[in-house]
Design a protein around this ligand. Structure first.
Ligand SMILES: [Zn+2]
Length: 306
């Protein structure tokens, strides 16, 4: 049995566990992400957990799913806006030197995509796009079984495709980006504008409850959100023609009714031939998705280097 030590490094928590090749998660837990001296303290936390895991299971390798921009080939963090001092950290080299085990570090959205290909919605598929919808929008692209990394490891920033010329300005420096129109923050903004209450602290989940109660402002906000999101999905289908576009993030908790709405809007816009070959599905991995992604990332790396 193959066991990997797996980590999910986010801005608030580091989640960890041992993942078996059967997809079981063992000895899992989480600890707060250090906010100071991160280039030393993050590797310290990982090394300490790995030592503990090794006393229980024969750990073969180490998978790390990380926030920020990551060079997955080198296992290096290129840029992180939410962990101070983390940018530039050669995490794989450090953890490899300390443990003697092979380490993969991959961006969290790319890891999640590999995880869905292992145990989730894209099992058995080779041409896959994952779009994660949260306060922003992240993307990962797999073509013929290979992660598309790009010349500077920056491929897949699907949230920053511009869909509105001269539209809303975006923290990336551009305008009209998909994530300014089809993220949960955009959904909340639509609702607040339509309901005429910009002060109320409301979340996407609560607006969805209003949608189900036929609240007019919530319904209109939802329609706008679906309309912009499907425009982004149609662009992705026309660019890559993947077998599947997986939609992930908290919105997937809405389940089948959300999927039906987004498919209907997509089918109205996409070219006829794409309707059959590029299907929309929701992400299937929820609990421990990031740890499965980390496992998939290290085994993806191993499969490519052998
Ligand atoms: Zn942008």
């Amino acid at each position: 049995m193959n066991y990997s030590a797996c980590f999910d490094i986010g801005g608030t928590f580091i989640k960890y566990g041992v993942v078996s090749e059967e997809g079981k998660v063992l000895l899992h837990g989480q600890t707060e992400t250090p906010q100071e001296d991160t280039p030393n303290r993050i590797p310290d936390i990982l090394t300490e957990k790995i030592q503990y895991f090794k006393t229980h299971y024969p750990i073969k390798n180490i998978g790390i799913s990380s926030c920020g921009l990551v060079d997955g080939t080198e296992g290096k963090v290129l840029f992180s806006s939410n962990i101070k001092g983390y940018s530039g950290l050669r995490l794989a080299d450090i953890v490899e030197a300390r443990t003697g085990l092979s380490v993969a570090v991959e961006n969290d959205v790319r890891s999640a995509c590999l995880g869905e290909m292992w145990l989730g919605a894209a099992n058995g598929k080779k041409d896959v796009v994952l779009l994660t919808i949260g306060t922003g929008i992240g993307g990962a692209i797999v073509i013929n079984g290979q992660l598309m990394r790009g010349a500077g490891n920056l491929a897949g920033e699907l949230g920053h495709m511009s869909i509105v010329h001269d539209g809303e300005s975006c923290p990336c420096g551009g305008r009209g980006c998909l994530e300014r129109y089809a993220s949960t923050s955009a959904f909340v903004r639509y609702y607040q504008n339509l309901a005429g209450n910009q002060l109320e602290d409301i979340r996407g989940k609560e607006i969805m409850e209003l949608v189900h109660k036929n609240d007019q402002a919530a319904l209109d906000a939802y329609q706008l959100f679906i309309d912009y999101l499907s425009t982004g999905l149609v662009n992705i289908a026309h660019f890559y023609n993947p077998e599947i576009i997986i939609i992930g993030g908290g919105i997937t908790a809405q389940g089948d009714s959300f999927l039906a709405d987004i498919r209907e809007s997509y089918n109205q816009k996409v070219m006829e031939l794409y309707k059959q070959s590029t299907r929309l599905e929701l992400a299937e991995l929820h609990n421990n998705a990031a740890l499965f992604g980390a496992y998939a990332a290290v085994n993806y790396k191993t499969s490519r280097t052998n």
